[in-house]
Write a new protein. Structure first.
Length: 364
C-alpha cells in the first residue's frame, strides 16, 4: 500500500500514517495520528467566553503615597551632612542627616539656666523654711519662696519635655541634632543637601520614606478613550527593565478632570511590589483589560494556522477523523482568539504540533 501522507520525526518515528483500501484505488486516503504524535499534541475545546478588551497606555511608576512617612524638621537650622541618597534602603533608627540648630542649642542653654534657677530657688526655700520655723520670717515669705521654687521646677520640666519631644537622644548642647528614620524602608524623596537651611515652620518635608510593598502607576487616557476605563478594571504593566515580566494591578482612582494643557485624564493603578523590582520614575506600558457583555466562541491562539492570508484550525474528532477548517477571527488577546465564524462551542481543535497534521491533510 502506498502511503501518500507519511511524516517522520527524528528520522525514525512514524507520527502520521495514511490508510486506504487497496481494492478501491479511488478511495480518498485517510490521515491518522500515530501513538507517538498523539503524545505530543494538545487538544482544546472551543468555548463561549466574554470578549476581552484592552487599551494600551503609557505611564510612570510612583510610590504609594498612602503608605509613606514624611519627615519634617522640629527645629530650624543648617544641614551639616546628609547620609542617604535617593533610593537607599534604610533601617528604623538610622541617621539620615545632621543639622546645626541655634534653636536646639538655645533649648539646652535654657535648660542649664532653668536648672540653675531650680537650685537657687531650692536654697532660698530651705532658708525661708528655717527662718519661718525660728519665727524670724512670716508665713507669707515662706509661701512666696515655696511658690518661686515650684515655678522654677515647672519651667525646668517644660524645657526638659521640649527637648525630649524633639529627640533628646539625637541632640546635644552644641546644637547638633540627628534626623533618624522612624521606619524601615526606601528613600523615595530627598529634598535637602549639605549647606541647605531648613525651617521648622516650613510645610515642606525633608525626606519621604516608603516600604515600597505597593506602588502606583499613573497613566494618561486620551479623551476619546475615557469610556474604556473604569474603576476596578484589571491592568497589566510591563517595563523596559523587565520586558518579559507582566505585573498585574487594578485601577483604583480616575481623575475627575482633564489636564488643561494636553487634554488627557489621569488614572491610577495600584499593584503589589513584593519583589521590589518596580521603582519610582520607571516608564511603564499599561494594558487596561476589561470583559464586556458580548460573548464569542474562543480558542487558544496557538491553535491558529496562518496560511496565504487566511486562518485555519485542525478540527479533531478522533485520531483518524480530522479536517482543516477555515475560521474568521474577530480579535485576539492574551493568548486567546475570538472566532467570528467557522467554529461552534464544543468543537475540538489541535493546538500543539498541528502543523504536521495541517500539511498532511491539505495534501490528501
Amino acid at each position: 500500500m502506498k502511503l501518500k501522507s507519511l511524516i517522520l520525526l527524528f528520522g525514525a518515528t512514524c507520527l502520521l500514517y495514511a490508510c486506504s483500501n487497496p481494492s478501491d484505488p479511488e478511495q480518498k486516503k485517510q490521515v491518522c495520528i500515530s501513538d507517538s504524535l498523539a503524545k505530543m499534541t494538545t487538544i482544546d475545546t472551543a468555548k463561549l467566553a466574554s470578549v476581552k478588551n484592552g487599551l494600551s497606555l503609557s505611564g510612570e511608576i510612583s510610590f504609594d503615597e498612602n503608605s509613606v512617612v514624611k519627615i519634617f524638621p522640629f527645629a530650624s537650622g543648617q544641614v551639616v551632612d546628609v547620609k542617604v541618597s535617593l533610593g537607599d534602603k534604610v533601617a528604623k533608627g538610622q541617621i539620615l542627616a545632621t543639622l546645626k540648630s541655634a534653636d536646639v542649642a538655645g533649648n539646652y542653654a535654657d535648660l542649664a539656666s532653668a536648672t540653675a534657677d531650680v537650685a537657687i530657688a531650692k536654697r532660698q526655700l530651705n532658708s525661708a523654711a528655717d527662718l519661718y520655723k525660728n519665727g524670724i520670717s512670716s508665713e507669707r515669705e515662706y509661701a512666696e519662696a515655696k511658690e518661686a521654687y515650684n515655678k522654677a521646677i515647672a519651667v525646668n520640666k517644660k524645657i526638659e519635655q521640649l527637648i525630649n519631644i524633639n529627640g533628646s537622644g539625637s541632640t546635644n548642647q552644641s546644637g547638633l541634632y540627628e534626623i533618624k528614620s522612624p521606619i524601615s524602608g526606601y528613600i523615595v524623596q530627598r529634598k535637602i543637601n549639605p549647606g541647605s537651611f531648613v525651617r521648622s515652620d516650613n510645610s515642606d518635608n525633608l525626606f519621604t520614606i516608603s516600604d515600597m510593598k505597593d506602588v502606583w502607576v499613573w497613566a494618561n487616557v486620551f479623551e476619546t478613550d475615557i469610556e474604556k476605563v473604569k474603576k476596578g478594571y484589571d491592568a497589566e504593566i510591563t517595563t523596559v527593565s523587565y520586558p518579559g515580566q507582566v505585573f498585574k494591578g487594578k485601577i483604583d482612582n480616575i481623575s475627575a478632570v482633564l489636564d488643561p494643557d494636553n487634554k488627557v485624564m489621569k488614572i491610577r493603578i495600584s499593584l503589589p511590589n513584593q519583589d521590589m523590582k518596580l521603582k519610582p520614575e520607571m516608564f511603564a506600558q499599561v494594558l487596561v483589560v476589561n470583559h464586556d457583555a458580548n460573548k464569542s466562541v474562543a480558542i487558544s491562539s496557538q491553535a491558529i494556522i496562518f496560511d496565504n492570508g487566511r486562518n485555519f484550525v485542525v478540527l479533531y474528532k478522533d485520531s483518524c477523523h480530522m479536517k482543516v477548517q477555515e475560521v474568521n477571527i474577530s480579535k485576539s488577546m492574551d493568548g486567546q482568539s475570538y472566532i467570528a465564524s467557522g467554529l461552534q462551542v464544543g468543537d475540538r481543535v489541535i493546538s500543539k504540533n498541528q502543523l504536521f497534521l495541517y500539511n498532511a491533510l491539505i495534501e490528501e
